[in-house]
Design a protein around this ligand. Structure first.
Ligand code: PEP
Ligand code: MN
Length: 338
């Protein structure tokens, strides 16, 4: 249920409603918008229906949320969610933010060199996996905490924010210590315990679409995170499995307008995993911005031939720079900056 509050509602009234909901085993998700504050009353619908919410002080209107994902839906929140970081970085606002870096953190020197290159080309967030969810148990699994330490060191030297994957509930605390954004990979999109765990943190989560997940399942996964109180969720379209073998995955750019319609959460696109081939990355990055993506995640490697993972989809720094220059022409045409 959405409880729309009066424009002049007081904090005392908000607290009173929240407490009454809690007494009935419900959760109150308060969202303060530019014009209105609303409360999402989440829990057993049968209990919610017994409460005379419309007569509570400060309440203007009470409306049911019809979609199965509640907090994620546009019904719950009309305005786009904008996630704000230090240094003026925002995701979901006018500027398209670019996260770039190697698939996996391999060593400190290369990471710093890649970070400096992507920063000078305009990226403000560094990506790099320390815990790698590899299809084969015999391939490079990532440097673990050592990789996280290299990321944190590079953050200090460059000022870039860090996004890195967390694969397990027992490692969330560790990854959160080093990283600005917690990444949930495609293979874990429906790892509900992990979603609930990152939901306990007050740190942005980058949730990648499951490789066989429908948009509804994707949004339900985001609901798991938000239902635990963490409303800072960034969705990421990274391609889905289809019958088409020409590319590693089929990048579903339709997901952008569909998600913009259904949800207030920002959505970014990963054309590296979406295509699996470096020379398709720039065209799909351009298309993603034209279609309304709020950001991009791009794999960059100094020497893709020697990359320990995903070399075939990684751009060398000069190619990344050239792509960024092209994106700078596309973004203003659709009312964005980059
Ligand atoms: C990644 O971004 O490093 C990654 C493993 O991506 P995905 O989960 O989309 O395969
Ligand atoms: Mn990769």
């Amino acid at each position: 249920m959405i409880i729309v509050l009066k424009p002049n509602v007081t904090q005392k009234e908000i607290d009173h409603i929240s407490e009454r909901l809690k007494e009935h085993g419900l959760t109150a998700h308060v969202s303060k918008g530019k014009e209105r504050t609303i409360i999402g009353a989440i829990g057993d619908d049968r209990v919610i229906e017994t409460l005379p919410l419309s007569i509570f002080p400060g309440v203007e209107q009470v409306m049911p949320i019809l979609s199965p994902y509640k907090l994620v839906s546009r019904e719950f929140k009309k305005e786009n969610t904008v996630i704000e970081f230090e240094n003026g970085v925002t995701i979901g606002d006018k500027r398209v933010e670019v996260m770039a870096g190697p698939c996996a953190v391999e060593n400190a020197e290369n990471l710093l060199e890649i970070a400096e290159a992507v920063k000078s080309a305009g990226a403000r967030i560094l990506r790099g996996g320390a815990f790698k969810p590899r299809t084969s148990p015999y391939t490079f699994q990532g440097l673990g905490e050592e990789g996280l330490a290299y990321l944190a060191e590079t953050r200090k030297k460059t000022g870039l924010l860090i996004v890195t994957e967390v694969m397990d509930t027992t490692e969330v605390e560790l990854v959160a210590k080093y990283s600005d954004i917690l990444q949930i990979g495609t293979r874990n999109m429906q790892n509900f315990r992990l979603l609930q765990e990152v939901g306990k943190y007050r740190k942005p989560v980058l949730l990648k679409r499951g490789l066989s997940a429908t948009i509804k399942e994707f949004l339900m996964a985001a609901e798991y995170i938000m239902s635990r109180g963490n409303h800072q969720v960034i969705l990421c379209e990274r391609g889905i499995r289809t019958f088409e073998p020409s590319t590693r995955n089929t990048l579903d750019l339709c997901a952008i307008p569909v998600i913009k319609h259904l949800s207030h959460l920002p959505i970014i696109v990963d054309p590296s995993h979406g295509t699996g081939k470096w020379d398709y990355v720039a065209p799909m990055a351009k298309a993603a911005i034209a279609a309304g993506a709020d950001g991009l995640m791009i794999e960059v490697h100094l020497d893709p031939e020697k990359a320990l993972s995903d070399g075939e989809e990684s751009l060398k720094p000069p190619k990344f720079k050239a792509m960024m220059e092209e994106l700078r022409k596309i973004a203003p045409a659709v009312g964005r900056t980059i």
